[in-house]
Design a protein around this ligand. Structure first.
Ligand SMILES: C=C(O[C@@H]1C=C(C(=O)O)C=C[C@H]1O)C(=O)O
Length: 406
């Protein structure tokens, strides 16, 4: 376990500039960096990793107090093109405590050099964000996307799958003067209850997002949590989430995710879970159906429940389908583009507190390129899906992250 040590740090710089310079410190030396703001938290945090090679993880992270502290960034599907990342924390900065940084033993040993490099950095406006080496993904036209939905419904009708989540990518030029750090700020203001993130790493590129979906969490009270989040409708003016009505299609699509989670618990032979819902929650301008699951880890003989559940859960039927393998096969053959880190997962593990991990599904996100952004959105299909409505739903979902490009 890499424990971090606190160091007093008071550069003569306003706090936002300290953050910008730390990001610059990482990017100008080709290193990965992650920034995030937890749901309903006031301040963002930063994790910087000094050794690029150590960031390429093989396995999903262990959600245990003795595991390394860092930030996980995993693709939808593990591949050479989209390697799973775990950024071990060499430097941790919390905007709630801007007068200190926390450093690993490796970073502590290099502190004089790091301070010097930090001081020598010019406050350049344009930061050298990492760019993915993969080609820009194919983007589906409305006709193509509706044909994909129709193919998905046909696969459900023939019984190949029961649910599949189709998705698409969209290219959008960056507005003049676009600044990723300002966009990260903007996302925090717009979506206080989302997990807001900005991750940049060599070979992976730069990703910005504001997701509503917890994949696996172990909190400070030793409670494991996950959720079924599926079923979508627009939040219209004057509408009260508590009285929203849901179509049978949404209820069914939601129930499949909830049942999948229960099955994961069953595979581990865990019976003592608490299940609450489904209830209606808001995510930006959208409403979703959500069921929350919780397990008090002190009360069950499953010390590795978080780790085991994470490995069973991803990718859930909220982003892939049911049954999992046929749904993934369908997507591989029909979706027509590489999701990369969209619908993967991300978040801090043991950072800053050992024993606390918060991983989210990477939704409502974009990939940043030098002149443009690639936005991603998907929709869960069931036998009752109508192609035009599913297209509309992707349009609505794209607006969440699209708002920062307006
Ligand atoms: C796939 C996405 O969202 C997922 C799919 C949902 C649905 O089909 O109703 C709702 C929430 C998410 O679990 C996305 O935002 O791209």
């Amino acid at each position: 376990m890499s424990s971090l040590q606190r160091i007093s740090w008071q550069p003569q710089l306003p706090v936002p500039d300290r953050l910008r310079r730390l990001v610059a410190l990482a990017l100008t030396s080709g290193r990965p960096v992650a920034l995030w703001r937890l749901p309903n938290a006031e301040h963002a945090r930063l994790c910087l990793c000094l050794n690029v090679d150590s960031a390429f993880a093989g396995l999903p992270p262990a959600l245990e107090p003795t595991a390394p502290a860092g930030f996980a960034f995993f693709p939808f599907r593990d591949s050479d093109h989209n390697p799973p990342l775990f950024l071990p924390a060499d430097l941790f900065f919390d905007l709630a405590r801007p007068e200190e940084i926390q450093v690993s033993a490796a970073a502590a040993a290099r502190l004089p050099e790091l301070r010097q490099r930090f001081a020598a950095l010019a406050d350049a406006e344009a930061l050298p964000w990492h760019v993915s080496r993969q080609p820009v993904p194919a983007t589906a036209t409305r006709e193509e996307y509706e044909a994909l939905v129709a193919a998905g419904v046909a696969a459900i009708e023939t019984g190949t799958v029961r649910k599949v989540v189709s998705s698409r990518a969209v290219r959008q030029p960056l507005p003049a003067g676009f600044d990723a750090l300002s966009a990260f700020e903007d996302l925090q203001t717009r979506y206080p209850n989302a997990f807001v993130s900005l991750v940049s790493a060599p070979g992976v590129g730069t990703w910005l997002g504001a997701t509503p979906e917890v994949l696996a969490e172990v909190d400070e009270h030793h409670v494991f949590r996950t959720m079924a989040l599926a079923g979508t409708q627009p939040l219209l003016p004057g509408m009260k989430p508590a009285t929203a009505r849901w179509a049978g299609k949404d209820l069914e699509e939601h129930a499949m995710v909830a049942r999948y989670i229960v099955n994961c618990f069953k595979q581990l032979r865990l019976r003592e879970y608490d299940e609450q819902g489904p209830r209606t929650v808001t995510a930006g301008q959208l409403l979703h159906l959500r069921t929350d699951f919780a397990v008090q880890l002190n009360e069950v003989p499953f010390p590795t429940l978080g780790t085991d559940m994470l490995r069973l859960l991803h990718p859930t039927p909220a982003v892939a389908g049911m049954p999992k393998q046929p749904a993934l096969d369908f997507l591989r053959h029909h979706e027509g583009y590489d999701r990369a880190y969209y619908a993967g997962f991300l978040g801090p593990v043991n950072l800053p507190d050992a024993g606390v991990a918060r991983l989210y599904v990477n939704l409502r996100c974009l990939q940043l390129r030098p002149q443009e952004a690639i936005l991603y959105a998907g929709t869960g299909l069931t036998i009752d899906s109508e192609p035009a409505r599913e297209w509309q739903e992707t349009e609505l979902k794209l607006r969440t992250i699209g708002a920062i490009l307006a």
